[in-house]
Design a protein around this ligand. Structure first.
Ligand SMILES: NC(=O)c1ccc[n+]([C@@H]2O[C@H](COP(=O)([O-])OP(=O)(O)OC[C@H]3O[C@@H](n4cnc5c(N)ncnc54)[C@H](O)[C@@H]3O)[C@@H](O)[C@H]2O)c1
Length: 388
């Protein structure tokens, strides 16, 4: 059973594709990563994780020992009978076009009777278009949608723990793929394409709404001069119903904002409560800017944390970074400090805390990385976005 599939992961050098490729390889499968990013492929071959992901170093080294293949040439997929697409997607037209183009190329190059798993987040419209692809039907390529639901940074832990939603045309076709996931130690739940597409987008839109709702309450408290941090701490004491409430803070990153937008584009309408979520977050940002203007009148501060969430090195759709750019426009002098980022990977100047500690007493903590706990911030004027 184990060697029934040879697995090609297209877009396999990315945040979803690489941990997945390494994990599948760790179970003894032959794996090929196809990706257009040559620089990243070189890092992969040299056992250098291109981004932070817990345990990726170990998994990558093992995968290379197990002969993980990498290539920029999509034609190589013809020798693989299970192709998984993990391209970056959103509802932006350019990304939709890229995705469509890649899928047509994959269908053209894939061998007859092969299996195609869409793992990128896609809308039902896209899936329906692929289902109707004449060449896919002619070549009897079986189509599946297996959305990714991990949290970035925890990929290699969660891939083993989370069940796999698996959408297919019918149960018979799905059987070999169910067995494939079983061989990885992953439980599957079968559903329709329509349900799986809704489920994936709804899950992220729901989480975006949940985080944003707390920010909305923060906005209201702030405008009424009420200390929301104190309120939350009090409200949670021995009160289980609010214990799991998320913290207020920036809601950014590569998934939640774009998937909420795609969900609205697909299913919702302009009057839906979902469409106003972005406004709450914009107002939240404006209130942080106002706090900076009031508390840092000399318009200078050290900004701690630039990535979209704590202990990550991902700047994609980071609101900490967006705030930095907005405040530079407002005339602020900012010293960004983020030990999770490498200077060569960013387009702004990064500093070490020790280099800038004497430049100003003003500190803005935008992303609560672990390293910040170790800094001595006594005698500093600190604003924190969110709370711990
Ligand atoms: N990042 C997350 O935490 C997360 C979580 C769940 C789901 N998702 C979804 O997974 C998908 C992938 O996201 P990601 O964060 O891994 O994106 P990513 O940008 O990190 O990776 C995409 C990869 O595709 C490659 N690529 C682009 N065009 C290509 C082409 N024509 N041929 C071959 N390779 C190509 C890129 O070089 C890149 O390595 C998206 O649909 C996303 O919404 C992401």
């Amino acid at each position: 059973m184990l060697n029934k599939f040879k697995v090609a992961v297209v877009g396999g050098a990315g945040h979803i594709g690489l941990p997945l490729s390494c994990f599948i390889s760790s179970k003894g499968y032959e794996v090929l990563i196809v990706d257009i990013n040559e620089k990243t492929l070189n890092k992969i071959k040299n056992n250098e994780p291109p981004f932070f992901e817990e345990d990726l170093q170990k998994y990558l080294e093992n995968a290379n020992k197990n002969n993980l293949q990498t290539n920029t040439d999509l034609k190589k997929i013809k020798d693989f009978n299970l192709i998984i697409i993990t391209l970056g997607t959103s509802s932006e037209q350019s990304e939709v076009d890229n995705f469509r183009k890649l899928v047509s190329e994959v269908v053209e190059l894939a061998s007859e009777e092969s299996n195609l798993i869409l793992r990128s987040t896609v809308s039902i419209e896209e899936i329906d278009k692929i289902k109707e692809n004449r060449l896919l039907i002619k070549k009897n390529i079986k189509l599946f949608y297996c959305p990714e639901r991990i949290a970035e940074g925890k990929s290699l832990k969660e891939i083993k723990e989370l069940p796999q939603i698996l959408a297919s045309q019918n149960q018979k076709e799905a059987k070999p793929i169910v067995e494939f996931f079983e061989s990885l130690g992953i439980k599957t739940y079968l559903t329709s394409f329509r349900n799986a597409a809704f489920l994936k987008l709804f899950s992220n839109a729901y989480r975006y709404a949940e985080f944003t709702l707390v920010n909305e309450f923060f906005n209201v408290a702030e405008k009424n001069n009420i200390d929301f941090k104190e309120i939350i701490e009090l409200a949670k004491v021995d009160y289980p119903r609010l214990m799991k409430m998320p913290s207020y803070g920036f809601v950014g990153g590569p998934c939640l904002i774009k998937d909420t937008k795609t969900f609205i584009d697909q299913y919702s309408n302009e009057t839906s409560v979902l469409t106003s979520l972005q406004e709450s977050n914009n107002e939240f940002m404006q209130l942080i800017i106002k706090k900076c203007l009031i508390n840092f009148p000399d318009k200078i501060f050290i900004q701690l944390g630039m990535t979209f969430k704590p202990n990550s090195d991902d700047l994609r759709s980071s609101l900490a970074y967006k705030l930095y750019k907005m405040l530079i426009q407002e005339g602020f002098k900012i010293y960004p400090v983020d030990l999770n980022l490498k200077p060569e990977d960013v387009d702004f100047k990064l500093f070490n805390y020790e280099e800038v500690v004497d430049k100003t007493d003003n500190i803005l903590i935008t992303t609560n990385h672990k390293f910040i706990n170790k800094l001595d911030l006594s005698n500093k004027k600190v604003i924190t976005v969110g709370y711990k």
